[in-house]
Design a protein around this ligand. Structure first.
Ligand SMILES: [Zn+2]
Ligand SMILES: [Zn+2]
Length: 94
């Protein structure tokens, strides 16, 4: 059974999720494909690409102790900022 605030992704949302999943991890830079982590449930356009460890690792993951996040001084919004830059401008950082 689906939870109430989780609607079925629209076509645009599915396209966006597919793009996010192709990206490298927004925290440690591990090569994609990555997981798409939603900052707010069901709001797919603010999802960010994370590798398994930075996502669900019990030590490093955002759903765990977030150790690598604090070591690399990242938070969800800074990763979202980098993700949008990469999406819109192809990653100007290189
Ligand atoms: Zn990572
Ligand atoms: Zn997540």
């Amino acid at each position: 059974m689906q939870s109430k605030n989780k609607h079925k992704p629209t076509t645009h949302e599915r396209e966006h999720i597919a793009l996010i999943k192709q990206m490298d991890c927004g925290v440690c830079g591990a090569a994609g494909p990555s997981d798409a982590h939603e900052l707010n449930q069901g709001q797919w356009f603010t999802s960010i690409p994370l590798c398994k460890d930075c996502h669900q690792g019990s030590f490093n993951g955002i759903h765990g102790q977030k150790r690598i996040w604090s070591v690399l001084k990242k938070d969800e919004l800074s990763v979202l900022n980098d993700t949008i830059e990469t999406l819109m401008h192809g990653g100007a950082r290189c």
